[in-house]
Design a protein around this ligand. Structure first.
Ligand code: ITT
Length: 197
């Protein structure tokens, strides 16, 4: 049995993620962001794993706002940097840094580095009626030497998915959504919502 609902809370402040996931989920379920439910605070992401931070965000909303909800935590894992920025992807360039600061730090840390292999990982934590379920998506690729493309967000301009000639930022949103780390995790979430376990 699936779960019938016409809205669901997505525990994020990131409008770029919200847009991607809403497009994947379709119009029959309206996603409400943290701002939409009046949660203006930053949820402290203190876990040392991507899965742990996804759970912290979903739990926070479930406990404090009593909504069924899901959260996404995403990281870019770069082989030559020992998996960095990984769980620290959001603040890699420092507190309150911009997407550009993060990209610049990655490129400067990889200057003259030959091995440019990396993976994007998304973990989604869903909490419905106290039941906690995780979904994961992963895409392998390489880091380009220069940013390319104006679309997408975050590290998209420097991530070239394996088998593609375009970076994520050169793909349209629907092209990115066909292959991305986040879309893989969201597809599993959709299947779960439709059919249950
Ligand atoms: P939340 O409110 O959902 O926590 P956030 O932006 O802080 O939003 P994360 O903690 O998951 O999100 O941080 C991951 C960072 O990695 C994020 O700031 C982006 O810069 C980047 N990122 C996440 N998804 C991405 C994607 O699909 N493409 C490129 N960069 C992405």
């Amino acid at each position: 049995m699936g779960y019938a609902m016409d809205h669901l809370v997505f525990a994020t402040h990131n409008q770029d993620k919200l847009k991607e996931v809403q497009q994947l989920i379709g119009n029959h379920i309206r996603l409400l962001s943290l701002d939409d439910i009046g949660c203006n605070e930053e949820i402290p992401e203190t876990a040392t794993t991507i899965q742990g931070n996804a759970e912290i965000k979903a739990n926070f909303v479930y406990k404090h706002y009593q909504y069924n909800c899901f959260a996404d935590d995403t990281g870019l894992e770069i082989d030559a940097l020992g998996g960095e920025p990984g769980v620290y992807s959001a603040r890699y360039g420092g507190e309150n840094c911009s997407y550009q600061d993060n990209v610049n730090k990655v490129l400067s840390n990889l200057l003259h580095v030959q091995n440019r292999k990396a993976s994007f990982v998304t973990c989604i934590c869903l909490i419905i009626n106290q039941q906690v379920t995780f979904f994961e998506g992963r895409v392998k690729g390489t880091i380009t030497s220069q940013p390319r493309g104006e679309k997408g967000f975050g590290y998209d301009p420097v991530f070239l998915p394996d088998g593609y000639k375009k970076t994520y930022a050169e793909l349209t949103l629907s092209e990115k959504n066909k292959i991305s780390h986040r879309s893989q995790a969201v597809q599993q979430l959709i299947t779960f919502l439709n059919h249950g376990k």
